[in-house]
Ligand binder design. Structure first.
Ligand code: ADP
Ligand code: ASP
Ligand code: MG
Length: 466
């Protein structure tokens, strides 16, 4: 089989884990598979880079750049020493060069007091620039020929939207041309999360974007399957960090996985489904720390479980925006004006709901977009389309997901009855037209309780009888 394997941050969090990952890859290759690998930054490193970039750009006094670089060096060097002791000198030199240029960039950003989206992307791609050489060395240490490619070298060409770039379709041939010929002779280790524009400027694909890198490359090289290795046993009925009796879903459709990831199931990046779906390539989600477990298979027909509701997700870091006013009633163009103004300010709308009186439109947006949204709406307000705009950051969105919900009556009733019985107030409701999810908004303090109640209501902790 031709496989694309992607390893997330926790899977490569230290030298021992890198070694374990290299073993998984080596075994799969011994079994006769051809493999390309996509790897994330070591866990926490991207967050640290983002934090330091902001500090450097906004700081009046110079932040501790040198100690920061030293701590990165120490962590990565330690991992290298454990994962590939015989390659410390060779790979350590590459790492040192990269760290030196990162230090220079931080100093330049501080001196200019300006962090452009372009330099921010370059900075945050260093997590992967440092982790990939270690994994590749770990493979070579175990006798597997391997080489490192950054996202751009692998042929991932993107739109210029820094921080949230999209792969352009025409890069498929380029990726295939660059990666596929390597597979018979080695295991290419590709840095996830990054690509570059047509002109070679580095871009990143959005947080958790290595999953997306994986499916872009997997689709381009015609992989038989794409394996996403992470720190849980598969896609689960809810986030196991919140819901203790969450259970692994053995199989799930692309559509369901997309709804789940869009509504906060961090295990897969929402955009990662599309390239695989387009080429009908199954995605397997597996646990690096429990490799014998089959995990979850995401594919077109995925529907082993006959229950209509498959999973419940919770998404925090959202904000509610309420636009109200009787002047909205029966007036054409209000929604258009509101949405156009928000789009112009790059506000991503996650949920929309409008009461039939039309005197109110409620929106759920990413919390980080709230300032832009309020600015955009205050400009529209001047033209008298509505009376007032209110916002609330103290909310979470919950999605009840399952492709079988389409056309099954009574699901919404069960949701609202169960939450009502627990005295949980629902702030907003919305159903996607795919009917694969019903989403609702509650106050933050009631979020986890609401998810647990719905998880119980749909008996998701129980193994379904087939
Ligand atoms: P990686 O570093 O491997 O990319 P992530 O942290 O991005 O891993 O994603 C894995 C995490 O996603 C899990 O540890 C789990 O807490 C979280 N998660 C949220 N919802 C779900 C879900 N429905 N199924 C599985 N994991 C989930
Ligand atoms: N390292 C990046 C992040 O933390 C990409 C990823 O892990 O998928 O967002
Ligand atoms: Mg992830």
């Amino acid at each position: 089989m031709r496989l694309l394997m992607k390893f997330g941050g926790t899977s490569v969090g230290d030298g021992e884990r890198m070694r374990r990952v290299a073993e998984i890859i080596a075994h799969s290759r011994q079994d006769g598979n051809e493999l390309a690998v996509v790897v994330s930054a070591m866990t926490g490193v991207t967050d640290q880079l983002i934090g330091m970039a902001l500090e450097v750009a906004n700081g009046v006094r110079k932040p501790p750049i040198d100690p920061f670089i030293d701590s990165l060096r120490e962590r990565h060097r330690k991992a290298l020493e454990v994962a590939a002791p015989d390659l410390v000198n060779e790979v350590g030199t590459t790492m040192d060069e990269r760290l030196e240029s990162l230090k220079n960039i931080f100093n330049a950003v501080f001196n200019l007091s300006e962090l452009t989206p372009r330099s921010r992307d370059y900075i945050i791609s260093f997590g992967e620039r440092l982790s990939a050489p270690i994994l590749s060395a770990a493979l070579r240490h175990q006798g597997v020929p391997s080489q490192v490619l950054d996202g751009c070298e692998a042929g991932i060409v993107t739109t210029p939207n820094h921080g949230d770039a999209l792969a352009i379709h025409s890069c498929e041939a380029r990726i295939k041309g660059r990666v596929a010929p390597l597979l018979s002779i080695s295991v290419p280790v590709i840095m996830g999360y990054m690509g570059c524009t047509e002109r070679g400027v580095v871009t990143t694909l959005g947080r958790s974007g290595s999953d997306y890198s994986a499916t872009i490359v997997g689709a381009a090289i015609g992989a038989d399957e794409i394996w996403i290795w992470t720190d849980v046993d598969g896609v689960m009925t809810s986030d196991p960090r919140l819901i203790k009796d969450a259970r692994v879903v053995p199989s799930i459709s692309y559509l369901e996985a997309m709804e789940l990831s869009y509504f906060g199931a961090k295990v897969l990046h929402p955009r990662s489904l599309e390239p695989a779906m387009r080429k009908d390539i199954p995605i397997r989600v597996k646990n690096t720390f429990n490799p014998g477990y089959p995990g979850t298979l995401v594919f077109r027909e995925g529907r082993v479980d006959t229950r209509v509701v498959k999973a419940i997700t919770l998404i925090d870091k959202v904000a509610l925006v309420n636009v109200t006013g009787v002047q909205m009633i029966g007036r054409p163009g209000v929604a258009k004006t509101i949405f156009a103004a928000l789009a112009d300010k790059d506000v991503n709308i996650m949920m929309i709901s409008q009461g039939s009186s039309e005197a109110n439109i409620s929106l759920i947006i990413e919390e980080s977009h709230l300032e832009n949204a309020l600015e955009a709406l205050s400009a529209v307000h001047k033209s008298g389309y509505f009376r007032e705009v209110a916002s609330d950051r103290d909310v979470v969105a919950i999605a009840v997901v399952g492709a079988g919900m389409a056309g099954t009556p009574g699901i919404a009733g069960r949701i609202f009855t169960a939450l009502g019985a627990a005295c949980i107030n629902i702030v907003m409701i919305s159903q996607g037209s795919s009917e694969a999810n019903i989403s609702l908004v509650v106050k933050t303090a009631e979020g986890v309780k609401a998810v647990q109640i719905l998880h119980d209501e749909f008996r998701l902790a129980e193994v379904p009888d087939e």
